[in-house]
Design a protein around this ligand. Sequence first.
Ligand SMILES: NC(=O)c1ccc[n+]([C@@H]2O[C@H](COP(=O)([O-])OP(=O)(O)OC[C@H]3O[C@@H](n4cnc5c(N)ncnc54)[C@H](OP(=O)(O)O)[C@@H]3O)[C@@H](O)[C@H]2O)c1
Length: 245
Amino acid sequence: MSLGQPDFDLRDRSVMITGANRGLGAALCKTILQYSPKIIHAGYRSKAGASEDPRIRWCRLDILQSESITRAAASIGPIDLLINNAGVLSPTAADPAQETVNLRNMMDAHLFAPLKIINAFLPALKASPQPTVVNVVSMAAFANVPGADAYCISKTALHAATQGLRHKHPWMRCVGVYPGPTATDMTAGSNAVLADPMKSAANIVTGIFEGRASIFPDKAALAVESVVGDAVATLEQQFATLLSD
Ligand SMILES: NC(=O)c1ccc[n+]([C@@H]2O[C@H](COP(=O)([O-])OP(=O)(O)OC[C@H]3O[C@@H](n4cnc5c(N)ncnc54)[C@H](OP(=O)(O)O)[C@@H]3O)[C@@H](O)[C@H]2O)c1
C-alpha cells in the first residue's frame, strides 16, 4: 500500500529518531546523513552515541519518562520526520508475575511511548510540507515467536496503532517498519540468520522515499510480506469503512 507523495526528500529536513545511540537507530542516523538533512535530533536514554557530525544534535529522551518526552518536544523546533525506533526485548519469563512485568514494560516501550511521543511532536510535525511518522515495529507483529511472547504482543499492538494513526491523522504519513532478525545488541547470541542493520536502514529510507505505508527491510521480513503483506493492506482498507457502513 502506498501513502502517495513518493517524492519525499530528506534534503534540508529535520528528523527526530529515538534510540539513536546504537543498533538500528544509529544505522538510520548514518543513512539519513547521506541525504543532506538539516538536522537529526538523535535521541538517547543515558549515553549519547559516537557520531560527532555537526548535523546530529544529541537529545536526551527516555521514552518511558513522560517528562523527558515533554521536555524533548518543547526544546525541538519543527520536524518533518519522526522515527519511533527505541525498543527492548525481554525473553518470555517462566515466572508468570515476572512475565506480567515484562509485558507491562514492553507495552509501555512499544505502544504507549510511541503514542505519547507522536502526540507530543504533533505540533512540531504540523508545519512540515510532508509530515511523516515511522514506527519501527517488527515482523513478529504478525505471529507469535515462542520465547518472545510479550515482545510479540507489544509489537502487534504497535502495528494496530500504526494503522489507526493513518486514519486518525490523514494529513500525516504514518509508516510501519517490520524488520526481521537484525544484527544488533538485541539479538546478541541468537542463532538466527541476521540482517545487516546498515542494509536494513538503507531499505527503510528507500521505502520512505517510495511512499510505502509498510516497509519490510530485509530478506526474512520480505518472506513475511509475501505471506501477509497484501492481505493486511486489503483488510486495513476494508475495515476502514466497517463502522461507517
Ligand atoms: N534487532 C532485531 O532483530 C529487531 C527486529 C525487529 C524489530 N526490531 C526493533 O528495532 C528497534 C531498534 O532495535 P535494535 O535492534 O537497534 O536494538 P538495540 O541495539 O538493543 O537498541 C535499542 C535502542 O533502544 C533504546 N532504548 C531502549 N529503551 C529506551 C528508553 N526507555 N528510552 C530511550 N531509548 C531506549 C536503546 O538505548 P540504550 O542504549 O539507552 O539502551 C537503544 O538505543 C526496536 O524497536 C526493536 O524492537 C529489532
